[in-house]
Each structure stands twice: as C-alpha cells, then as structure tokens.
Design a binder for this molecule. Structure first.
Ligand SMILES: Cc1ncc(COP(=O)(O)O)c(C=O)c1O
Length: 414
C-alpha cells in the first residue's frame, strides 16, 4: 500500500505474530493497548543479562556489564522523558495497581469533610477496587466515598467541565485515567490537574493507556502523582514492571505516609544495615524491595526505542494512522448497527478507537475477526471492541484489513 511506503513506522523492530485465519501470513494487530508486541532486541538483551548471572553469580550486583545494584537507574531518565518529568520524579517498579496503592498511602489523606475520591464510572475495574479498598482502609464507606463520573445522557465520554464540577470541597483525591481504557478518550490532563488542585484536591493519574501513546508533560501539569504499566504501549511483556511519578514538590516531605523497605533508603548507606531508613529526595523513596533485573531488562530495551523514535514523531504518525482508520470506520458504521465511541477531535484521543455494537456480542465478533480475518482486536463485554493502531508497528494495510473485516462480519441495516 502506498501509504505504508510513504509512512512506514518501525515495524521491522518487532515480532509480528502469524495469523491463524484469513488470507494474510501475519495478524493485523490492534491489541497493543492490551499487550504490546515484542521488540526483537528484547530477547537478545535479556539473554545478555542472564549470561551475566551465569558468569558472575552474586558478583553481578557490582560487576555485571549492566550492574544490578543501580540497574533501575538505567530506566529512570528514559521513563522520565516519556512522561515529561524530571528524572528525580520517576521510578520504575512493581506493577500498576500495587503502585497506585503505594501512592495512595501517601496521597489519599481523608480529613474532616474532605474524604471523597473522584474516578470515572468507566474506570478500569482494578482502579475501582483499589480506591474502594483504600476508602475501607481509612474506615470509610466506599459507596459514599467514591464518586463515579458518568458522561451526560446521550454522550459516551466525559466533559472537562463536568469533571471539574465534581471536585467539591469534599473531594480529597481525583484519580482518573489519562486515556480511558474503554472509550479511548484522552482527558485534558493539564486543565483538570490545575483546576482540581486549585480546588484543594490531590490529583493522580493512571496512565496505563496514555504512556507511550500520547505526549505527556506531568511535571509542568503539576500532577501530584501518576502510575502506568509497561505491557501495553511500552511493549515490555506480560505483567511488565510499572512506572511511578511523584512531583518534586513532594520529595523529602516527612509528613507523608510512605510504606518503606530497604530500597526506600538512599543507596550510599543501604548496606550500613541501620535500623532506620534515610529516604532520598526523589521518587526512589517510594521503592520498597530490590528490583527484578530480568523484568527491568525488557522495559529498558523498550524505552530505548521510544527515545530513538521520539514521542512527537510517534504522535504525528499515530494521528495519521488513527485518522485513516477513523475514515474507514465512518464508512463501515454508517450502514451498520455500530458506532465509534472515541472522541473525534485529535486532542481528545490517543491511538485507540472503540466501536460499540448496537446488537450482538463483542466477544463473539472479536473471535470472528481473529479466526476468519486474522485481525486481533479486543472485546470489552458486552458491547465494545477496541482497535488500537500502534504507531510503532501498525500499518495502513492493517487498518484497511480491520475495516474490511468489520464490514464483512456485521450485516448492513436494510
Ligand atoms: C487503566 C488500567 N488500570 C489498571 C490496570 C491494572 O493493571 P495491573 O494488573 O498491572 O495492576 C489496567 C490493566 O489493563 C488498566 O488498563
């Protein structure tokens, strides 16, 4: 396809799975918003780290080519560039929901009337469970404490002004998805952060669907905290380590609660084996355990690709690719019981387009797309199918295949 010749992306850096159905040898992969594809460099570099363990045993902590003791620091600067933060504001550790909990230990401090937590009604269930359990942890009733934001009647996504209207003087914490997992809506992170903070709330972002998808500027936006996973757009493998951002104004704040372990203390005195910690003035203070090197390797490899390609270039290609898919979907949904939920304005979406089925079952349709057409999308039951053309590796031809497959699987309205 000419478009793919003119605007090729970086597909050659990735393993593209073979198709199990349809006429093409490779799948048209639209599930990078769920699990990104494997960079070819990942296995090579992981094997290098494994070889160092075989060669050095415990001495690898200091003597490995990439020594394990400071290994996590290799990830810090590229992760900070990805989310628009200072290196001191970012650390890669744990998994996403664990990090949200560790951050809420510090930043959800219900007091007096200010107890509520604002989330999207369409928040990912893990976030919903996390905030409800945090409310219970503070002895509060989750049904009263958690405020769930719903779109207006007849609308599919949230308006910034409605989000802000919900931030009353009873709200302690606003914790939203930067890009919503279901609808693909990109929130106005800067505006919501600034105004909600002005109203006295703490503002945290779940960037699972935003990191590596859209340019981010967390430091300047002034977010209190954020967390994201690395298995979606960051292509670091199933269950990959997650990232954390803590704004520098909170570093060294002894008034914050923080759950600590030996990696919360500054590295220079870590092995003095003292009974009390000396936390560094950085996001590293939120670390607890010594990090898993072979889980950090794939994140390191992947972040290098983002550094090499650059988020601005990726975003430009993303808008072209998703714009192309949108045009094709517009034609398909015009005559079928389908609609696209994702906002149309470029500043209100990332790469994902979410299609709602007005009849039928999303799971069954997704299976047909896969086994009859070699198109991998994912179903969010009962009625949404998500398609994410990923600018690093998806093609215009993939988009054409997705639209043709959807048209073939859903009958036109007569
Ligand atoms: C928005 C969002 N939050 C939280 C999670 C849960 O992540 P984890 O299982 O890595 O904690 C996901 C997983 O897909 C997600 O999409």
């Amino acid at each position: 396809m000419d478009l793919d010749i003119d605007d090729p992306g970086h597909r050659h850096l990735f393993h593209i799975p073979p198709a199990e159905g349809g006429d093409h040898p490779e799948v048209a992969y639209f599930a990078g918003n769920s699990l990104g594809l494997q960079p070819k460099a990942t296995r090579v570099e992981l094997m290098e780290d494994l070889a160092e363990w075989a060669r050095l045993g415990v001495e690898g902590h200091l003597d490995a080519a990439r020594p394990w003791l400071p290994y996590h620091e290799l990830l810090t600067a590229p992760a900070a560039r990805l989310v628009g933060a200072l290196p001191s504001e970012v650390v890669v550790m744990n998994s996403l929901t664990v990090n949200l909990h560790l951050l809420m230990v510090s930043f959800y401090r219900p007091a007096g009337r200010r107890t509520r937590i604002v989330i999207e009604d369409a928040a990912f269930p893990s976030d919903s469970y996390a905030v409800r359990s945090q409310a219970r942890f503070h002895g509060l009733d989750p049904d009263e404490t958690v405020v769930r934001l719903k779109p207006r009647d007849g609308e599919d996504t949230l308006r910034t002004e409605d989000v802000l209207d919900a931030v009353t003087d009873e709200v302690a914490l606003v914790m939203l998805g930067g890009v919503n997992y279901l609808t693909g809506e990109l929130m106005d992170i800067a505006a919501i952060t600034a105004e909600a903070r002005k109203r006295g709330a703490v503002v945290g972002w779940d960037l699972a669907h935003a990191a590596g998808n859209v340019p981010l500027n967390l430091h300047e936006a002034g977010a209190d905290f954020a967390a994201w996973c690395s298995y979606k757009y960051l292509n670091s493998g199933p269950g990959a380590l997650a990232g954390v951002f803590v704004h520098e104004r909170h570093h060294g704040d002894d008034g914050l609660n923080r759950f600590e372990g030996w990696w919360s203390t500054e590295p220079a005195t870590r092995f003095e084996m003292t009974p009390t910690s000396r936390p560094p003035r950085s996001a590293d203070a939120w670390q607890v355990s010594n990090p898993p090197i072979f889980a950090m390797g794939p994140v390191r490899t992947s972040l290098r690709i983002f550094d090499e390609v650059g988020m601005p270039a990726l975003r430009e290609r993303s808008l072209r690719l998703t714009g192309y898919l949108r045009g094709l979907f517009d034609e398909v949904v015009a005559t079928r019981p389908l609609s696209v939920l994702t906002p149309r304005e470029p500043e209100r979406h990332g790469c994902q387009l979410s299609v709602r089925l007005h009849e039928g079952n999303a799971g069954a349709l997704t299976k047909r797309l896969r086994f009859e057409h070699g198109v991998i999308a994912d179903a969010r039951q009962p009625d949404v199918i998500r398609f994410a053309p990923v600018p690093l590796y998806s093609t215009y031809e993939d988009c054409r295949r997705a639209a043709d497959a959807l048209a073939a699987c859903v009958e036109e309205i007569r």
